[in-house]
Design a protein around this ligand. Structure first.
Ligand code: FES
Ligand SMILES: [Fe+2]
Length: 371
């Protein structure tokens, strides 16, 4: 991952987070409750659920969501908790329902809208009414082909929360891009280390010489420097056309991007769990999931124009291989960061001027942690 020169100045006294934020299980509980279960989180691409009945599950701490495409083709999300005795209904990460969802314990059955339609032997129970026991629903939104869910009971409308960036990526036509490949990485580091690493390119010359050769680490500008959305662009070197192993475009550029964007990559962190990287000819995105204080799971997907993928005529692995290698470099250094921060000798230190987005990330994170 990456980042760049910043026009904004670093907040006076900005320093790295205290050790507790990376090792304390009580803080992780607050993160689950006040951040991951209290905000819109990215849960993948709607094209993963292409047919009616297709579903995936998303698990966070004690909670689990079933995200599906209902019989009318709409995306829905339900809590993965049977209304009879609470059993988790789906234990697979993805699959397909016929027309209904059946709990594997006593067979209570729900339609894809979550209504209880079958409850064996409950007729004899006084005043039992199936209408009173639907699956609890979870708020869901689709934006640029991404699925977002929010476990909060009455969340702010997605469009309001995302208003600063709702139209920002339109030129890349992201909603029509298809995922070529998704890689899942188990990282032995706190989830915030992955995001902090993404938000600076101070490390690029040392850790990613190939990336630094394509996008010199001082060549760029941030245009979102506070709050939940952080990022900006970096310029390609004169002799480079994209971020690929060859440094060339691996397929034709996306149709509607501005000319100036042919020479740039844009990177944004979208709180709390999404990173999006827009290149002239493809888009990469990550989702980051805490898995304990010192572990996280990172999914990385590469999105291309459908025709490019179907034709098979393009060397899309030129992009995938470059970033897979860079990802691994970033995860490794994040794991080493975790190990060092766990030491009693770790103490916060000042951020450099190249790390202003990290100070902004930490600030927003601490504000969100309060709930
Ligand atoms: S717990 Fe689901 S049917 Fe009994
Ligand atoms: Fe990096």
């Amino acid at each position: 991952m990456s980042f760049k020169k910043t026009a904004e100045t670093l907040r006076e006294g900005a320093h790295t987070l205290e050790r507790d934020y990376y090792i304390n299980p009580q803080i992780l509980i607050m993160e689950y409750n006040n951040i991951f279960l209290n905000n819109w989180i990215c849960a993948g691409r709607s094209s993963e659920l292409s047919k009616n009945g297709d579903y995936k599950t998303v698990n966070i701490d004690t909670e689990s969501a079933i995200i599906l495409r209902d019989s009318s083709g709409n995306l829905k999300a339900h809590t993965n908790v049977c209304r009879h005795r609470g059993t988790r209904i789906c234990d697979k990460l993805s699959g397909k329902f016929s027309n209904s969802i059946q709990c594997g314990y006593h067979g209570w059955t729900y339609n894809l809208d979550g209504e209880l339609i079958g409850a064996p032997h409950m007729d004899s129970v006084n005043n039992f009414n199936k209408k009173d026991y639907p699956l609890h629903s979870i708020s869901i939104a689709e934006w640029e082909g991404f699925i977002f869910i929010n476990f909060k009971d009455h969340p702010e409308k997605f469009e309001n929360t995302f208003s600063p960036i709702l139209k920002k990526f339109e030129n890349w036509d992201v909603s029509n891009l298809i995922s070529l490949e998704t890689k899942t990485y188990n990282v032995a580091g706190n989830w915030k280390l992955v995001i902090q690493n993404y938000c600076e390119c101070y490390h690029c010359p040392i850790l990613h010489p190939e990336l630094a050769a394509i996008t010199p680490y001082l060549g760029g500008l941030n245009d979102m420097h506070s709050g939940p959305f952080l990022g900006g662009y970096m310029n390609f070197s004169k002799d480079k056309k994209s971020i690929t192993e060859s440094g060339e475009l691996c397929c034709p550029p996306l149709n509607s991007i501005d000319k100036v964007d042919l020479n740039r990559v844009y990177y944004y962190s979208i709180a709390p769990n999404m990173l999006i990287s827009l290149h002239p000819e493809y888009v990469m995105y990550h989702t980051v999931w805490p898995n304990g204080v010192d572990k996280c799971i990172v999914n990385c997907s590469w999105l291309f124009n459908e025709d490019v993928i179907k034709s098979g005529n393009y060397n899309t692995s030129d992009a995938v291989n470059f970033w897979h290698k860079t990802n691994k470099q970033d995860w490794h250094i994040s794991e080493l960061s975790q190990l060092g921060i766990q030491s009693k000798k770790y103490s916060p230190a000042p951020y450099s001027g190249q790390e202003s987005l990290l100070a902004a990330f930490d600030q927003h994170y601490k504000d969100s942690l309060k709930g």
